[in-house]
Design a protein around this ligand. Structure first.
Ligand code: HEC
Ligand code: HEC
Length: 399
């Protein structure tokens, strides 16, 4: 008898177990997203005049093309280069959700926004950033500043566009640990919010790796920062900068300090256009050019060689007061330290940029007065865009 009862109980348990296996309940991940009725505007840009050249010269296709496809400014000659997609309101909205979603990491603990914080112009306040399972990145998290204008991304310029970049951090085991992207696609399909968001962005609810990458790139490209006090000054408001900041601007643009020859133009970044000073001289994409990098003499010998021989991206200085610590390894805590370094700390690395070597063959010494140093810091602080860091369209939709 006892044996029979046990057998029946076992049989019942097995049947229930089997039945639940056969019609596997659809796990639906339900989250209430805080998105506007009508999508925010990401697609059209209202640029002040002094920034129009930067965008026309560097990102001609991202915001203006209406075909919805990826434009190929390589004219078919450089087919392996992935350029940025056109930004649409629904595409960038989807990108925003992905950017803040911890589901993009293997253990559901890390989002892009964990290391790129809006209130810090999308940088991280620590030298290395904590990623997947508490592992720490070797390099300082970069601010996301007008990436649509960059031909070279990451500290070593190893990728050529936001589109090419977007799936890298997801797969990188330190950052997000999601090595198998097909797992991610399945995970997103099980939520109750992604299918609808993909439909709005791409016309149908299919979730693909390509679309994830595209939407993230659209969101990154839509993060346009052109609203600092420096911009107000450039649009004609003479009072936007204080006297100290104006002195700092003069120091920055003085030929002797060289600052503006590397951090150039109104986006304060390397001129990395093909044929530009820090671009590929032979117009060969991915060729031997500096790709927007330089060796600025941080060390006599380098442990991290960057692109090659201690050459690192010449980053944009927009929002710089918000994005410390500074340099690829976050070695300087403050802008005062950075200015002190350029004033008297440049080392004679064998690959030091020629601009930073004086006529005597020694590293350049600026010998700025303490007022000039203070002014230079003040000018750098005037480059902060206070609207970007509170703009709801770039904020966390899970809040
Ligand atoms: C664990 C922290 C971490 C996470 C998570 C992370 N990043 Fe990053 N991000 C970094 C670091 C560190 C760098 C610089 C890496 C390097 O240069 O080698 C970087 C660089 C970038 C850059 C380059 C900016 C430039 O100007 O070159 C972009 C864009 C970016 N990340 C976007 C993203 C996106 C999108 C995600 C999510 C899919 C993401 N990041 C997730 C830490 C992180
Ligand atoms: C030869 C080109 C060159 C010149 C000239 C130059 N820089 Fe730089 N700058 C760089 C490079 C390259 C980096 C990044 C180096 C690294 O991280 O290893 C950098 C980094 C910085 C950073 C930190 C950026 C960040 O996001 O961490 C600041 C601030 C800065 N420079 C300001 C200045 C100022 C002010 C001057 C003039 C006194 C100046 N630079 C002159 C190439 C240059």
């Amino acid at each position: 008898m006892k044996k029979n009862a046990l057998f029946i109980a076992l049989a019942v348990m097995l049947t229930i177990g089997l039945a639940s296996c056969l019609k596997e309940p659809k796990v639906v991940d339900s989250v209430k997203l805080n998105l506007p009725e009508q999508a925010y505007n990401y697609a059209s840009l209202d640029l002040p005049e002094h920034m129009q050249f930067e965008f026309n010269a560097n990102a001609p296709t991202v915001f203006t093309n209406n075909s919805g496809g990826v434009v190929d400014p390589g004219f078919g000659f450089f087919p392996d280069i992935v350029f940025n997609p056109q930004v649409t309101d629904h595409g960038a909205t989807l990108g925003r959700v992905l950017f803040y979603d911890t589901k993009l990491s293997l253990n559901n603990a890390v989002a892009c926004a964990s290391c790129h914080k809006q209130e810090l112009a999308f940088a991280d306040p620590t030298a290395g950033s904590k990623g997947f399972e508490g592992k720490v990145t070797d390099r300082n998290s970069m601010a996301i500043i007008n990436v649509a204008l960059n031909r070279n991304l990451f500290w070593d310029s190893r990728v050529q566009s936001a589109k090419e970049l977007t799936l890298k951090p997801v797969q990188n085991h330190i950052e997000m640990g999601m090595e198998d992207l097909s797992v991610l696609v399945k995970k997103l399909a099980k939520t109750d919010y992604y299918p609808g968001l993909f439909s709005k962005a791409y016309g149908d609810s299919q979730i693909t790796e390509e679309r994830i990458s595209d939407a993230l790139a659209q969101f990154l490209c839509s993060m346009v920062s052109v609203d600092s006090r420096f911009d107000a000054f450039m649009t004609g408001d003479q009072t936007a900068l204080s006297d100290l900041e104006k002195l700092g601007m003069d120091v920055f643009f003085r030929a002797e300090t060289k600052c503006a020859s590397c951090h150039s133009g109104n986006n304060f970044m390397a001129d990395d256009r093909p044929g530009g000073e820090y671009g590929d001289p032979d117009f060969g994409f991915g060729g031997g050019g500096p790709k927007g990098t330089a060796n600025n003499g941080l060390d006599l010998t380098t442990t991290d060689s960057g692109l090659r021989n201690g050459q690192f991206r010449i980053p944009s200085l927009r929002n710089i007061a918000l994005t410390g610590p500074y340099m690829h390894d976050g070695r300087f805590k403050s802008l005062e330290e950075v200015v002190e370094f350029y004033d008297n700390g440049i080392k004679l690395h064998p690959n030091l940029d020629k601009k930073l070597i004086g006529d005597d063959g020694e590293p350049l010494r600026l010998n700025l007065s303490s007022l000039e140093k203070k002014a230079l810091v003040a000018f750098l602080e005037s480059l902060s865009d206070r609207s970007l860091i509170v703009d709801e369209k770039f904020s966390n939709p899970f809040n």
